[in-house]
Design a protein around this ligand. Structure first.
Ligand code: GLU
Length: 431
């Protein structure tokens, strides 16, 4: 089995056959421009020193500054960050924001750290990366296990470093070194829910094209920022979210009525586990509760209309792709389907809406945030939503048209669109 990075390169090469792209360009696109590896000396609360490994992969800058999130997870490694940065390059081209691709990560389980340790680790990372990032160089953002608070610390440290070196820099522009900040610290309205909202806009377009009628049943794997916002939006807009999970397990409503996401959110906050939230809003006994509990593996194989993997990579593989019963796989996580899994789903006629399209709402509003910081503006929520809707609808239509014209699956369609745009930028830069 190939790793996700190698698989994506193969998929890009497949897509390039539909275009006239010189070999040199394809070779350049198959390697990152720069890899930064850092070792962060974290002082723990008990005064012990722990050396923590971090990465930033600056994959490609033809279309603009490197752009992509920072992930804190115990499974982060260089191969994963490379794949994630490559997907960012493709995603940013698909949703047509003026950025290249990048991604960073720290190999740590942030749930094992105190708030002081988490802050210290983030500041150390920002210090190490300062010489290599900046509003027009490389612009990080949140990803798995990172949020506005962490990005605020990150930006604050960056600002301190830059100001001590050069007192003439413009304050508001410095904020554009990262996106996904809190509103008080230069963040954009709507950034937090943007990935979920963008996904919702794409899904609405897709079901129109496929002629599907609501109510449609949905299973969502992952209840972080992305999964929880999307699930809430779907629930408010005529879909039935019948299955949900977090990293520890999930719940399934066999009656098909679906869960009330607001209640699940409150319950998860109180009890910490989605698996404990089956009986909320109703009275049910232990036996019934047991019936409603499912594992993350079960969730993927449920008989639903739409399956939304919104957690981590590689959950749909050659091991389970032939057992998937959903009519649509909608990738809100980055890289949830392996190359082999993708081929099986394609062979079975199950459309897969690729991550680089489905979850590109996050980076789209990141672009809006960056733009507002660079121009000293602050847009209203409605304005952000309207602009996001337009961008997502355009991206969907462009991918859909290529898929129909060239008779390729949606992922190949998205990759063709991205390659075409990347090649254009390359030509402009090398005139
Ligand atoms: N981490 C998000 C993603 O994977 C957002 C990246 C960004 O906003 O730069 O798309």
């Amino acid at each position: 089995m190939k790793n996700p990075f190698e698989s994506t390169i193969l998929q890009l090469e497949e897509a390039s056959k539909y275009l006239d792209i010189p070999n040199l360009v394809m070779s350049l696109l198959s390697k990152p421009e720069r890899i930064i590896e850092v070792f962060l000396p974290l002082r723990l609360d008990n005064k012990e020193l722990k050396i923590v490994k971090g990465y930033r992969v600056q994959y490609n800058s033809w279309r603009g500054p490197y752009k992509g999130g920072l992930r804190y997870h115990q499974k982060v490694d260089l191969n994963e960050v490379k794949a994630l940065s490559l997907w960012m390059m493709i995603k940013n081209a698909v949703c047509d924001v003026p950025f290249g691709g990048g991604k960073g990560g720290i190999e740590i389980d942030p749930k094992t750290l105190s708030k002081t340790e988490l802050k210290e680790l983030t500041r150390l990372f920002a210090k190490m990366l300062t010489p290599n990032i900046g509003p027009t160089v490389d612009v990080p953002a949140p990803d798995v296990n990172t949020n506005a608070k962490i990005l605020d610390w990150f930006v604050d440290q960056y600002e301190q470093n830059v100001k001590t070196q050069n007192s003439n820099v413009k304050f508001t522009e410095l904020k554009a070194v990262a996106t996904g900040k809190s509103i008080e610290n230069g963040g954009s309205e709507g950034r937090e829910e943007a990935t979920g909202l963008g996904g919702y806009y794409v899904l609405e377009e897709l079901i129109k094209k496929m002629g599907l009628k609501k109510p449609l049943t949905v299973a969502v794997q992952g209840f972080g920022n992305v999964g929880s916002h999307l699930a809430a939006l779907l629930c408010q807009n005529g879909y039935k979210v019948v299955a949900l999970s977090d990293s520890k397990g999930g719940i399934y409503d066999q009656s098909g009525d679906g869960f009330n996401i607001d209640l699940v959110k409150t319950c998860k906050l109180e009890r910490g586990l989605i698996a404990d939230c089956y009986c909320i809003g109703t009275v049910c006994d232990l036996a019934e509760k047991k019936k409603g509990e499912i594992t993350n593996e079960d969730l993927l194989e449920l008989p639903v209309d739409i399956l939304v993997p919104a957690a981590l990579e590689n959950v749909i593989t050659e091991k389970n792709a032939d057992k998937i019963k959903a009519k649509i796989v909608f990738e809100m996580a980055n890289g949830p389907t392996s190359l082999e899994g993708d081929k099986i789903l394609h062979g079975r006629g199950i459309p897969v809406v690729p991550d680089v399209l489905a979850n590109s709402g996050g980076v789209t509003v990141s672009y809006f945030e960056w733009y507002q910081n660079m121009h000293g503006e602050h847009w209203k929520l409605e304005e952000v939503k309207d602009k996001l809707k337009e961008k997502m609808t355009d991206a969907f239509k462009n991918v859909w048209n290529i898929h129909e014209e060239k008779k390729v699956d949606l992922r190949t369609g998205a990759y063709i669109l991205a390659l075409r745009r990347l090649h254009e930028s390359y030509k402009k830069l090398n005139k």
